[in-house]
Design a protein around this ligand. Structure first.
Ligand code: PHE
Ligand code: CO
Length: 298
């Protein structure tokens, strides 16, 4: 059987002309149409990450993986996971075709729904994929939704997204950087040392090693405005990781109204992804910057 592919609405008319986008609706996870190969890709990626993540990923993440039984064999059924998730924190997974427009994504989060791409990468894409698939969305993001504080942070982020969207594109960019440097690429300081909680890291073998072990990137203490004012890379491993002390710190730092912060940031230039602010940064590790490209920060 042919592996199903996500349904794209090519050439949708938008205010920027005709662009290819995904269908944005929620779909039923087509579980019975996954092929043997699809299930094997999940099993391979799962085994590979689970061998490496103890001692690297934070305990909350590892506990979530175990509680969901993500390694029971084959691609999990969202309906099974939702039984566990609903009881724990009231979140619900919904199946989608792929990346969503910002407002649609924020609306899901604000209602404690987490969108997960239903399709999984091909065997030749184990190490790199340019867009999120089921493995990234599910293995990377969903375990921490069992943590009550992180679960509340994600919902607050969704509400904040709707607000930023109404304020304007610069505000949205600042907020997107916060998501990038926390939800996707965050590190956390623990008594045992730095650990990973970001979904973009835990779902990548290469970056799970690089983010903690490499001399090249900076590791800098989390500071809300600093993070929201720092560009990032979408094409390489990160040049800077921001380190939180706890999920409570993250939640509390993001509780105040961002409106004055957005206004302030409009008056200042963003930092390049590799910059260190000597005077103000709490530096865990000065990156050697070896191998860094200088252009291309988003
Ligand atoms: N406090 C933010 C605001 O007023 C909302 C938010 C909360 C954003 C948590 C991100 C994360 O816009
Ligand atoms: Co992600």
């Amino acid at each position: 059987m042919q592996t199903a592919t996500p349904r794209k609405i090519e050439h949708q008319q938008t205010d920027r002309g005709y662009v290819p986008v995904y269908a944005t609706g929620v779909v039923e996870q087509p579980w019975s149409s996954y092929t043997r190969t699809d299930h094997e890709v999940w099993d391979t990626l799962f085994a590979r990450q689970c061998e490496m993540l103890p001692g690297r990923a934070c305990q909350e993440f590892l506990d979530g993986v175990a509680k969901f039984g993500l390694g029971d064999g084959g691609i999990p059924k969202f309906s099974d996971l939702n039984q566990v998730l609903g009881k724990a924190t009231g979140w619900e997974l919904v199946a989608v075709e792929g990346l969503l427009p910002d407002e649609v994504f924020f609306d899901h989060l604000a209602h404690r729904r987490f969108p997960v791409s239903w399709w999984i990468r091909k065997p030749e894409q184990l190490d790199y994929l340019s867009e999120p698939d089921l493995f990234h969305d599910l293995f990377g993001h969903v375990p921490l939704l069992l943590n009550p504080v992180f679960a509340d942070y994600m919902q607050a982020y969704g509400r904040g997204g709707m607000k930023a969207h109404a304020i304007g594109p610069e505000a949205l960019m600042n907020l997107t950087r916060l998501y990038w440097y926390t939800v996707e690429f965050g590190l956390i300081d623990t008594p045992e040392g730095l650990r990973i909680y970001g979904a973009g890291i835990v779902s990548s073998k290469g970056e799970s090693i690089y983010s903690l072990d490499s001399d090249a990137p900076n590791r800098i203490g989390f500071d809300l405005e600093r993070v929201m004012n720092t560009r990032y890379r979408i094409d390489t491993y990160q040049q800077t990781y921001f380190v939180i002390d706890s999920f409570e710190q993250l939640f509390e730092a993001t509780t105040p109204d961002f409106t004055p912060i957005y206004a302030r940031l409009r008056q200042s230039n963003a930092h390049a992804a590799a910059d260190v602010q000597e005077a103000t940064d709490r530096v865990f590790h000065y990156g050697s910057h070896e191998g860094f490209a200088s252009m291309g920060d988003a």
